[in-house]
Write a protein that binds this ligand. Structure first.
Ligand SMILES: C[S@@+](CC[C@H](N)C(=O)[O-])C[C@H]1O[C@@H](n2cnc3c(N)ncnc32)[C@H](O)[C@@H]1O
Length: 280
């Protein structure tokens, strides 16, 4: 089995619950507010442009969070579609956001797992995924689901944490050495080459990539300003998750995925990757 693929229904359910809980924390909100990916909506716009989104497109946003990218899609690109996320509070917020807008967004929101898409084959022109593929335990399953729901000629565009090779043998700078903790998006990251391979195996080709690692660095600066650094941020996050788990009686929410793979093989960067489903 390749890295980052998990098995076992219970294990997978608990893992996903823990991941979702991380991005629902106030600590995360304090750092990034409502747009939970490096580069903000400026990078969202760039991703949508590279996927040639226009008003005729039907778009699916995988793990859409509170729907900020969808509101941009509706307002600036005039297209329609669906946003899904596994977090109930996030989808509730996104749905409320739709009602608060003074324009018809043309989008609906659904609580759903990105690895099992509740859509028929070939219905979307574009699938967007921002800082979300990295948190998915079964990336191949998600990629083949995306390939299934895309129309022939449809595009998948992701922006996500990626692993860059460390050739000097030093520890990567994302490691909170004393805690052994990291964020799901960093712990679950793979390299650009691995993403391209996963997409190819699912029938998505013609990869186009851009490096946006500077956007990740900016978040590092924000972390330093607001919390003192990554380690302090992770400690605050961990304490909040422990409080939540005590209240809910769900011990596993305490855990932030250990920084196994990243520590071993790479520094985190941020990249845009676009792939296409062939027409024939
Ligand atoms: C880093 S946030 C990115 C959110 C949004 N794309 C954005 O850029 O603001 C990751 C999101 O993935 C969602 N998520 C985690 N696991 C998921 C899964 N298996 N299926 C769908 N959404 C998931 C979380 O609830 C969270 O909203």
């Amino acid at each position: 089995m390749k890295t980052n693929e998990r098995t076992g229904a219970d294990d997978s359910r608990m893992f996903k619950k823990s991941v979702v809980a991380v991005y629902e924390t106030e600590t995360f909100f304090d750092l990034l507010k409502d747009v939970l990916h490096p580069g903000g909506l400026q990078l969202t716009k760039r991703a949508l442009e590279t996927a040639q989104v226009d008003k005729h497109c039907t778009v699916l946003d995988i793990a859409c969070g509170k729907g900020e990218s969808i509101f941009l899609l509706a307002k600036e690109f005039g297209c329609r579609g669906v946003g899904i996320d596994l977090s109930f509070p996030k989808i509730a917020r996104a749905t409320a956001g739709t009602k608060e807008k003074n324009f018809d967004t043309g989008f609906s929101f659904l609580v759903s797992d990105a690895e099992v898409l509740p859509f028929a084959d070939g219905v979307f022109d574009v699938v967007l995924s921002e800082c979300s593929f990295s948190v998915l335990p079964a990336k191949r399953k998600a990629a083949s689901e995306i390939a299934r729901v895309l129309k022939p000629g449809g595009r998948l565009v992701i922006t996500d944490i990626v692993l860059k090779t460390v050739d000097d043998g030093s520890l990567p700078d994302n490691t909170a050495a004393s805690t052994g903790l990291t964020l799901p998006c960093i712990g679950g990251a793979v390299s650009v080459a691995e993403y391209i391979e996963i997409f190819k195996e699912s029938g998505l080709y013609d990869a186009y990539t851009e490096d946006h690692s500077k956007a990740l660095k900016k978040i590092g600066y924000q972390m330093a300003l607001s919390f003192g650094g990554l380690e302090e941020f992770l400690q605050t996050l961990s304490s909040e998750l422990c409080c939540t788990s005590r209240k809910e009686g769900t011990e596993s929410l305490c855990r932030i995925e250990p920084n196994r793979k990243t520590a071993a093989s790479g520094k985190p960067g941020y990249a845009l990757i676009r792939v296409t489903k062939p027409r024939y």
